[in-house]
Every structure is written in C-alpha cells, then in structure tokens.
Design a protein around this ligand. Structure first.
Ligand SMILES: [Zn+2]
Ligand SMILES: [Zn+2]
Length: 340
C-alpha cells in the first residue's frame, strides 16, 4: 500500500509499504478519508513529535475508515464496520486518569499513519476511542472529531456562560470551533483575527462580533475597552499559540475574569506577565491540552447534529501525493485526503 512516512525535518516520502496486520486487540481500517492538521505540518517541520514513534514514522492522525481486519480479542469490532477514530486513548489507570484528568494521562497511546491506504488502530484506541460512523455523516466531517474534541475539552475549562462576553484570539480551526461552542452556550463572543475571511467565517459560527487581532499595547487596550463597559471581557481564550498572544490575553481580561491559554507555543518559549492584574484582579488562568474520551463523544454528537457550519473549515479534497505540499504551505486549514 502507499503511505506517507516521515524521515526527518521536511523529509516526508510517499512509500510502498506492507499492509499492516492487526495484533491482539487491534483492527486495520481501509482509510476512507483522512484530514490534514496544523499538527501534521508541525511534525513535518520538526521531523519528530511526542505523538509519533521515532522516524521513520507514519504520518496522519485524523481519520475515518472501514474495518477490514480484526485482531484477536478486539471485541465489538467487525469487518465492514464504518468507524471514526480519535488520535489517542488514555490508560484509565495512572494517577491523572484516576483523578478524572485523562487528558493528562501518563501513558497515553497515540494513533499515527492515517495518510495511508490502510491504518492499524492500537488496541487501546479500539477499546476506548473508536466509534461507529453515524449514518448520514460524511467521512470528511466525521474525521474532524479530534480537533473538535480538543475544542470541547478547552471550553470545559471556561466558566463563562450565557450572556457573558468572551474574546477569542485567533480564528484558525481551533479558535473557530471554540467560538461555535461558546456561542452555543450563549456567550457573546468577539473573534479576533487579522484575516477578513476568517472573521467572516467566525460570524457564521455564531460570533457576535469579529475584530482585527491586536498587534500592539494600544490595540490590546482598545480591545479590552470595547468590552464590559471598559473593564474588559469576562473571559479570554487564546487560540493562537504564540507567547505575545498569551500575554495579550491576560491583559485583556477584566478584573475577576478568566483566561484560557489554549494555543500550544513552541518548545522552550516563556511569557512575562504583570503581577498586579493577577493579584489585585484575581484572574483565573488555565491551560488546556488535548481531549478526553467524553469530549470525543460529545464532539461526534455535535458533528452529527450539524450545529455549526463545520464544513466551512474543510477545503477541497486532495490525494496522498499532494499532502506534503499542503503541509509545507502550512495554512492549517483542513483538507480531506482521498486514498484512491
Ligand atoms: Zn489534528
Ligand atoms: Zn492514564
């Protein structure tokens, strides 16, 4: 079969490799659709990633497929089943899992190899995070379950509710999905992004307002002043993944407000925060990483309900050999990958 294999920084090759056999508890899928992701682009840039085995590593982690082989003990999976898989599964037994924080699992198992004709799904993912494809849901949209599950997990960490003002920094895929989830909760969301098309898309996901991204201290002040009668918004979600945006997020929130630092920054980066608003303003600052099995199920139900224009995040279909070029272009937009 053909598969995209990562060998090192900017070195990904379309190779002929054996079709995988399922081990105990595993299944093999014929991949119907995979989706590109900004994380794949990062993996290609860096040549390695904690969610990948050491190179040469099969690339791709958002996928839908049909079960074509079932390993011993893979209970509940049958040949011919159409399924969607999350890109990981927690162990359920380590201290964070036992404390109800499976996104912090210390022995998480990741999926990789979705940019291929066939995909071996690890036993733990078969058991905990492989779900039937709902009837009527397109494979491309269903494969968004992983990015949407991350957004679901993110907004679980935000307390703002109906009527509260939330500023979302960043109108990429994640900022847009978060905007939709918060708008559905009744929050009045201002989505900030430098690109007009992304601001427009955010309005379609239910943002009340869309504004340019703040670029300097004056525009950060102006953004704060535009909310909460000049005090600032009740909550700020940073979905850019740059230290400067993290610092802006803290500067925009009102006293007593909350900040979700959602976007992952480059390794080794740091931020500098003013102490006064943290102390005298009693800011609540939280992080969010990855997703949970519950969030995966909630995400799939959102996709099935079609409660936001999810297809607006999905670009034109591409073939396997076009994936490297799309990842290098690095727009972060999601492109469905056909294997035939
Ligand atoms: Zn992804
Ligand atoms: Zn665990």
């Amino acid at each position: 079969m053909r598969a995209l294999v990562l060998h090192g920084p900017d070195d990904v090759r379309l190779e002929e490799v054996p079709v995988p056999d399922p081990g105990a508890g595993e299944v093999v899928l014929r991949v119907t659709r995979a989706l590109t992701c900004a994380t794949d682009a990062k993996m290609l840039r860096q040549g390695h990633h904690p969610a990948l085995p050491p190179p040469p590593a099969p690339l791709g982690h958002e996928a839908c497929g049909v079960v074509v082989a079932v390993g011993d003990g893979a209970h509940g999976a049958r040949e011919g089943d159409s399924v969607v898989v999350a890109n990981s599964a927690p162990c359920g037994a380590c201290p964070p899992c036992r404390r109800g924080r499976p996104s912090l699992c210390e022995s998480i198992v990741y999926l990789s190899g979705a940019f291929a004709e066939y995909l071996r799904v690890p036993a733990r993912i078969v058991e905990r995070n492989m779900l039937p494809l709902p009837a009527g849901l397109s494979p491309a949209r269903a494969a968004m379950v992983e990015p949407l599950a991350c957004a679901v997990r993110g907004v679980e960490r935000v307390e703002a509710g109906a009527g509260d003002e939330v500023v979302v920094l960043g109108g990429g895929v994640q900022g847009t999905l978060i905007t939709g989830l918060l708008a559905a909760r009744g929050c009045r969301v201002t989505l900030c992004d430098p690109h007009a098309a992304r601001r427009e898309r955010g309005l379609g996901f239910g943002a009340t307002r869309a504004m340019d991204a703040p670029r300097d201290p004056a525009s950060v002040d102006a953004l704060r002043m535009a909310h909460g009668d000049g005090r600032g918004p009740d909550a700020v979600v940073e979905a850019v993944g740059r230290p400067a945006a993290w610092e802006s997020a803290v500067a925009i929130a009102r006293p007593g407000g909350e900040v979700l630092l959602y976007g992952g920054c480059a390794p080794g980066t740091t931020v500098t925060l003013p102490t006064f608003p943290l102390h005298y303003g009693e800011l609540a600052i939280r992080g969010s990483y990855h997703h949970t099995p519950e969030a995966v199920r909630e995400a799939l139900s959102h996709l099935e309900a079609g409660d936001a224009p999810y297809d607006d995040l999905i670009g034109a279909e591409i073939t396997l050999d076009e994936v490297p070029g799309v990842l290098r272009a690095g727009s972060g937009d999601k492109r469905p990958v056909r294997m035939d």
